[in-house]
Design a protein around this ligand. Structure first.
Ligand code: GLV
Ligand code: MG
Length: 338
């Protein structure tokens, strides 16, 4: 029987690892749909050419009495749809639910040959990934699959964050990890009632004027998710897997969504979830390097010759470290353009 160790994990673009064998596939947005919802399901074929990843969601947001219908709907849609270059993922129910086992059993058996990644919610430690890994290996062997189904963990419990490194390195199947800000907020007993994004109360205020006058003081809103995203990015980079921002629930606030996605991109994330078609375009724009940044990066690379030493360009010092940053930008742009 093939074991998970036979398979290579997809490495982050630019990761210096000679065993990279999985071709790069963009995943700037993971677009969620409810496979049990007839209206949404009917739109899947038209979304396939637009989204990098389409994800049939079986977990939260699907009512308990519609779980079987959603699972059956995903099987039906997957069999009927040509996804082309677009990846098909699913989010199964959590491992402590009555549905997770049947989710894996049905999906791998019926549509395993079309399924790229299984997203596992509320992952707490490496043992959760080992359990899924073993089940997948058995089900793949039974179904005669020749390509591994990869695993993506949602980081959305306080325990999961505490164990983020062991989760990232738990299996060669690990494809990546997403921040799950809504469940994480509840798990940490934060006092928000949102799906991702900021909060007007989470701010710092400008110091008082030393002269003591009564001028209004500016306030600066802070990012609630910076710490967790940074931890997740480091864990993912250390193990050669991909980090993602998760959902942004205020669909109408496209500006704040773009800001949150861009923060994640700048910190190292490769994509985010999209909960509405409008967020597909936002993610595509944000998670693709700006042409001006790519042009600048190429200029630095050209000027740096063999990549060592230091040069001044437009008054800015460039050296071995900046040229590495520039390679990250150019490699991503080239991979997306290929
Ligand atoms: C996503 O699943 C979240 O909880 O934010
Ligand atoms: Mg969640």
């Amino acid at each position: 029987m093939r074991s998970a160790k036979d398979f290579f994990r997809p490495l982050a673009v630019g990761a210096p690892d000679p065993v990279r064998e999985v071709p790069f596939r963009p995943s700037r947005m993971i677009h969620f749909f409810d496979p049990g919802n007839e209206k949404m399901a009917a739109k899947v074929p038209s979304l396939a050419p637009k989204a990098d990843v389409l994800l049939g969601n079986l977990e939260d947001a699907v009512q308990a009495d519609r779980k079987e219908a959603a699972r059956a709907g995903l099987v039906r849609i997957a069999k009927a749809t040509d996804f082309g270059e677009t990846q098909l993922w699913t989010r199964i129910n959590s491992l402590d639910s009555p549905w997770a086992l049947d989710d894996l059993l049905t999906l791998v058996t019926e549509i395993g040959h079309k399924l790229d990644v299984v997203m596992v919610p509320k992952v707490e430690d490496a043992a959760d990934i080992h359990y899924v890994d073993r089940l997948l290996a058995q089900l793949e062997a039974k179904a005669g699959l020749t390509r591994p189904v990869l695993v993506h963990a949602i980081l959305e419990t306080a325990t999961g964050v505490a164990n983020v490194e062991e989760i990232a390195g738990a299996s060669p199947r690990m494809q990546g990890m997403s921040l799950g800000p809504a469940d994480l907020a509840a798990s940490r007993r934060m006092k928000t009632t949102r799906v991702g994004g900021g909060h007007p109360g989470y701010l710092v205020r400008q110091d008082p004027n030393p002269e003591g006058d009564e001028l209004p003081r500016a306030t600066y809103q802070q990012d609630l998710w910076h710490y967790t995203i940074a931890r997740m990015v480091d864990a993912c980079a250390a193990y050669g897997i991909l980090p993602y921002y998760g959902p942004f629930g205020d669909i109408r606030d496209t500006t704040a969504c773009e800001d949150q996605f861009r923060n994640a991109f700048l910190l190292g994330c490769v994509g985010a979830w999209s909960l509405h078609p409008v967020q597909i375009d936002i993610a595509k724009r944000v998670f693709s390097p700006e042409p001006a940044d790519v042009a600048w990066a190429r200029k630095v690379i050209d000027a740096m010759g063999d990549g060592t030493g230091a040069v001044m360009i437009d008054g800015k010092m460039q050296d071995d470290a900046t040229v590495k940053q520039c390679h990250v930008v150019v490699e991503l742009a080239e991979a997306l353009a290929a």
